[in-house]
Write a protein that binds this ligand. Structure first.
Ligand SMILES: [Zn+2]
Length: 300
């Protein structure tokens, strides 16, 4: 099955028109947007107008905020931020807003997941109750704007947020019809999970993707920057043919969206934009080859 494909972009990248031009050249009409913590409505309007004028569908908006307030913060202290993110997603006619599962507002550092897990593990039951309440509120606000919330699996150091076994019970407890999963292939692989098996576990709750590759791992003490490499699919060690077959098995019909897949030059680095045409071409050609091999049946 030849799936529709999409790619993430950063709405605040000064090269946004050039990025869109490259995506369109390769037939990419679905996008995800990175989080952008600006309160400048004019910047969002400008990006939204550009998406509309180019016929782009916003599959997902990545929240720049964590779900839960930090230790000592008021329980409702992030709600205005959440509303702003949901309003932006509505303005862009997005389908899903992506939040990192079990995320807490903390000062970011490479292994912040360990600190997050330490806070949660002091009182796992109490944390889950508060998380369920906050996600339920988020889903209510999202639903009123015609949006879905999706929870994303995280890399190895996020000890309580790296597998479907940890996300699915929360989704069940929240019990809202507009709550699903954004599955990140790279996070699952560098957390030492079997990527295809995680997709099968997510099943009908898998609504959107962050696909990219890396060398795998599983060590929670390894640096995220050295394991969550965001390489073009096929350059790392994920079994992508098994991934395509797992998507077929669960009847995944939405576009497959690649998130920040590159060949080692990150978006923040000089030269990234000059490589983008090649990178997108490689990503799409590899993906179509995986689909072809997956369809070829046993022995491939
Ligand atoms: Zn992701």
């Amino acid at each position: 099955m030849k799936r529709e494909l999409g790619c993430y972009l950063n709405p605040r990248n000064p090269n946004l028109p050039r990025i869109i031009e490259i995506y369109l050249k390769h037939g990419i009409r679905h996008i995800g947007t990175d989080g952008c913590a600006t309160r400048d409505p004019a910047a969002h309007e400008k990006a939204g107008a550009l998406f509309k004028a180019n016929g782009l569908t916003v599959e997902s908006v990545h929240s720049e905020s964590q779900i839960m307030p930090g230790p000592g913060d008021k329980p409702d202290s992030l709600r205005d931020t959440h509303k702003r993110i949901l309003d932006r997603a509505k303005d862009w006619n997005a389908k899903h807003v992506v939040y990192h599962h079990s995320s807490i507002k903390l000062r970011w550092f490479d292994s912040v997941g360990l600190e997050e897990a330490a806070i949660i593990m002091k009182d796992p039951k109490g944390f889950e109750a508060r998380l369920v309440e906050e996600v339920r509120w988020l889903c209510g606000e999202a639903g009123a704007r015609g949006l879905n919330i999706t929870l994303e699996n995280l890399p190895a150091c996020h000890l309580v947020a790296r597998s479907m076994d940890q996300i699915l019970p929360v989704i069940q407890n929240v019990a809202m019809h507009n709550l699903g999963i954004c599955f990140d292939s790279g996070h699952a692989h560098c957390a030492g999970r079997d990527v295809a098996a995680e997709i099968r576990k997510a099943g009908r709750l898998l609504w959107t993707t962050h696909f990219h590759d890396n060398r795998g791992g599983g060590d929670p003490l390894a640096k995220i920057s050295e394991t969550d490499l965001h390489w073009v699919p096929g350059l790392g060690t994920i079994d992508w043919i098994a991934v395509v077959r797992a998507l077929d098995e669960i009847g995944f019909k939405a576009p497959v969206v690649f998130e920040g897949a590159h060949v080692g030059v990150k978006e923040s680095a000089a030269g990234w934009i000059d490589q983008l045409d090649d990178v997108i071409s490689l990503t799409l050609r590899n993906w179509r080859a995986f689909e072809q091999l997956a369809a070829a049946g046993p022995g491939h």
